[in-house]
Design a protein around this ligand. Structure first.
Ligand code: HEM
Length: 322
C-alpha cells in the first residue's frame, strides 16, 4: 500500500507542478529512465527532509557539496527553448497554460524557482504516509471501516465512483482522517519556527533569533484535553466545533506559516481513501493486527510498510470490467 500511495501522490504532484504525469503505462521508452530517476530523487528528498544535517553543526561541510546539488540540478532543468520545467520527456501544449511551473516561471523570470522542489518535499511523504496510517488504523478497527463503507455506499450507490464533490457529504470519512492526523501527524513538532523579534509565548519571553518548536504531538494526545487519546475514535470529532477548536487540533499548523495546502491535502486523502474503501474489501495480511510501530525519522512514518489483502467489490468489477 505504501508504494501505491506514494506513486499516486507523485503523479498528482507532477500533474500539478509540470502539467503531466511523471509516469504512465504509455510513456515512451526514453522517458522510463527519467521516471525512475525522478522516483529515486523524491525518495531521497524524503530521507533528507527527515535526517539531521551535519552541515548545521559544521558549516564547513557545506563546501564539499552533497546529493542535494545533483538533485536540484535534475529537478530544475528547464527546456532550453521554452524554459518550462523539464522533469520527464517533452511537454504538451497543456503544460504551457496550466502548470504551476509555468505560473512560477512567469512570476520569477528569469530566476529558476526552487518552489517546485519545496512542494515535492513538503507534499509527497506527508500525504502518502497519512493515507497509509489511516488505512492501517481502519484495518485494525473493522467496525470503523464498515461504518465508513456504509456511509459511502449510501451516498454514492453502486453506479458510479466517488467524486471530489461528494467529500463534503461524507462527515464520517472526514472524522477518520482527522483522527488519523490527531494520532499520527507527520509533523509532530510542526516545522521549526524562528522569532524575528522578541515575543511572548505561553508567558515565556522568547528572545529575537530563537528557534521555536511546537510539540503538536503532545497537544493532540494530551490526557487533559482528549479522552483516551491512544484510542482510535473518529466519533470524537462529531463534538468538535471547527477544526482548530481551541487550538487543540491543528495538524496543518496555524497562521501565516501554516500549511498552504491543507485543502488540497485533505481532498486528495479523502478521495483516495474513499475510493479504496468503496472499491475494495480489505483485510490484514495475516491474522495479526497491523503493526503500528513508529519509525525513527523526524516525521512520523510507519516502521513497517503496510501490506493488505484486497478483493474488488462488485462496484469495482462492474465499473472497471472491459
Ligand atoms: C497530510 C498532509 C499534510 C500535512 C499533515 C502537512 C502539515 C504541514 C505542517 C504541520 C506544516 C508546518 C506548519 C507550521 O509550522 O505552522 C506544513 C508546512 C508546509 N506544507 Fe504541508 N502538510 C501536508 C501536505 C502538504 C502538501 C500536499 C503540500 C504541497 C503540495 C504542502 C506544502 C507545505 C509547504 C510549502 C509548507 C511550508 C509553509 C511555510 O513555511 O510557509 N503540505 N505542512
Amino acid at each position: 500500500m505504501k508504494i501505491m500511495f506514494f506513486e499516486l501522490i507523485r503523479i498528482v504532484m507532477m500533474r500539478m507542478i509540470a502539467g503531466k504525469r511523471y509516469y504512465s503505462e504509455n510513456v515512451e521508452k526514453n522517458e522510463i529512465k527519467e521516471a525512475k530517476k525522478f522516483r529515486e530523487i523524491t525518495m531521497e528528498i524524503s530521507r533528507i527532509v527527515d535526517a539531521s544535517n551535519m552541515e548545521y553543526y559544521l558549516p564547513v561541510l557545506g563546501l564539499l557539496g552533497d546529493g542535494r546539488t545533483m538533485r536540484n540540478q535534475f529537478l530544475l532543468r528547464r527546456d532550453p527553448k521554452t524554459r518550462f520545467l523539464r522533469i520527464s520527456g517533452t511537454y504538451s501544449t497543456l503544460v504551457r497554460v496550466s502548470s504551476l511551473s509555468y505560473v512560477i516561471f512567469r512570476i520569477t523570470l528569469p530566476l529558476p524557482s526552487t518552489l517546485e522542489v519545496v512542494l515535492l518535499a513538503a507534499g509527497t511523504k506527508t500525504t502518502a504516509t497519512t493515507m497509509e496510517w489511516a488505512l492501517s488504523l481502519l484495518l485494525n478497527n473493522p467496525k470503523v471501516l464498515k461504518k465508513a463503507k456504509i456511509e459511502i455506499d449510501n451516498l454514492v450507490g453502486d453506479e458510479r465512483l466517488l467524486e471530489e464533490s461528494d467529500m463534503i457529504k461524507l462527515p464520517y470519512l472526514r472524522f477518520i482522517i482527522n483522527e488519523t492526523l490527531r494520532m499520527y501527524n507527520l509533523a509532530p513538532l510542526l516545522v521549526p519556527h524562528h522569532s524575528s523579534e522578541e515575543c511572548f509565548v505561553g508567558g515565556y519571553c522568547i528572545p529575537t533569533d530563537t528557534m521555536l518548536l511546537v510539540n503538536l504531538w503532545a497537544i493532540q494526545n494530551d490526557l487533559e484535553i482528549w479522552k483516551d487519546p491512544g484510542k482510535f475514535q473518529p466519533e470524537r470529532f462529531e463534538d468538535l466545533r471547527g477544526t482548530r477548536d481551541g487550538f487543540k487540533f491543528m495538524p496543518y499548523g496555524f497562521g501565516r506559516r501554516g500549511c498552504p495546502e491543507e485543502a488540497l491535502a485533505s481532498r486528495i486523502i479523502g478521495l483516495a481513501l474513499g475510493l479504496v474503501i468503496q472499491c475494495f474489501d480489505l483485510e490484514n495480511f495475516g491474522k495479526e493486527m497491523v503493526d503500528m510501530t513508529e519509525g525513527i525519522e523526524v516525521s512520523l512514518s510507519k516502521a513497517q510498510p503496510l501490506m493488505a489483502m484486497s478483493c474488488p467489490r462488485p462496484i469495482a468489477t462492474k465499473l472497471f470490467s472491459p
